[in-house]
Ligand binder design. Structure first.
Ligand SMILES: [Mn+2]
Length: 345
């Protein structure tokens, strides 16, 4: 008999808002499993707000520091049954039942990333001390991984162990180049294992359209905001992945505002029926909903998806300087804040 799948995510003070949205989205979509949160740097107030709704754990003192090393942290907790390792920049928008079934049958379920299909390094064999040379197969995103520890009792431990072979300064967090075979940290480590010691047939690459990421988010239609239901190019979404930096809940992200994550944020963060609600003042104006917030989100989205690409296409002589564009956006931001304040006040 399978127990309720457990969810595991990693956060810090910067990711608090995303973590709350993730938690609420799980509950809205009917996923009742425990959410275990690895706290790599929340502040005390954030910890107190998450504590009643999640299980907070801290990394061991020797393993603090580099956030790109922690995805396999459930290894420390020895969970039994189906687990979901999920990024705190994701919203779950549909049922994971299909994944859970596949996991119970022994599959390891992940999504691909359309921007990164072919990452592979022969050097992984030596760098990670793999017992088998890596095969060439699609590189997958480690932001969402579902499998059963009953079927794969050593995978977490092996992934965790392999991550600690990565020197900090080989990761992107510490400025390593994309060509460095270890720069994506725990994601490179997992892919190296999935391409070698784990038999190819065990990996289930789920249909990527269900999990839109980056620009794909602009092609997502919200079908039912209340339930977070969306479609992406005709396919019902399972999750939305707000990858990249800065995150749309950060004030400096105005040039990244676009798509369905922003549209659904008021539902997932501010609504009355949520387990953990934020105050509108904790969010940037484009995520506060209401007429003003929505108008602002649409305005910035238009800038991000239409105006900026056009500016980038202009011949360099006609292109305004980046400071010019930044000034323009700062002005728009000031005007829109005044608009919102005048409406809400
Ligand atoms: Mn992510």
């Amino acid at each position: 008999m399978q127990s309720t799948p457990q969810f595991f995510t990693i956060t810090n003070a910067r990711f608090f808002c995303g973590t709350v949205a993730l938690l609420n989205s799980l509950r809205i979509t009917g996923h009742e499993g425990e959410l275990v949160v690895l706290d790599t740097g929340l502040d005390e107030a954030q910890r107190q707000r998450l504590a009643p709704h999640t299980t907070l754990v801290r990394p061991g003192a020797d393993r603090a520091g580099n956030p790109t090393m922690f995805k396999a942290f459930p290894s420390m907790l020895k969970p039994r049954g189906t687990i979901v390792i999920i990024d705190s920049d994701m919203l779950v928008t549909g049922s994971l039942a299909r994944m859970f079934e596949a996991a119970e049958e022994g599959r390891i379920c992940l999504y691909g990333d359309p921007t990164q299909r072919v990452r592979w390094f022969a050097e992984w064999e030596g760098l990670f001390s793999l017992s088998i040379a890596p095969r060439r197969q699609p590189y997958l995103n480690a932001g969402f991984v579902v499998f059963s520890t009953l079927r794969w009792p050593n995978l977490l431990e092996r992934w965790w162990e392999v991550c600690w072979r990565i020197p900090d300064d080989s990761t992107r967090t510490y400025g390593a180049a994309y060509e460095d075979p270890l720069c994506l940290g725990d994601q490179d480590a997992l892919n190296a294992l999935l391409m070698s010691e784990i038999p190819g047939g065990a990996v289930l690459e789920a249909p990527q359209l269900e999990a839109p990421i980056f620009e794909q988010l602009t092609h997502v239609q919200v079908v039912d905001e209340e339930r977070l239901a969306c479609t992406h190019r005709g396919v019902s979404t399972v999750l939305l992945h707000e990858a990249g930096t800065p995150k749309v809940w950060e004030r400096e992200a105005c040039m990244r505002v676009r798509g369905a994550y922003v549209r659904l944020a008021p539902r997932a963060l501010l609504a009355d029926d949520l387990p953990l609600r934020l105050e509108p003042s904790e969010l940037p104006p484009w995520m506060r909903g209401g007429r003003g917030g929505r108008a602002l989100a649409r305005g910035f989205s238009l800038t991000t998806t239409v105006v900026l690409p056009i500016i980038r296409m202009l011949p360099s002589g006609l292109r305004p300087s980046s400071e010019g564009v930044a000034r323009l956006l700062a002005g728009a931001r000031k005007r829109s804040r005044r608009l919102i304040e005048s409406r809400s006040g």
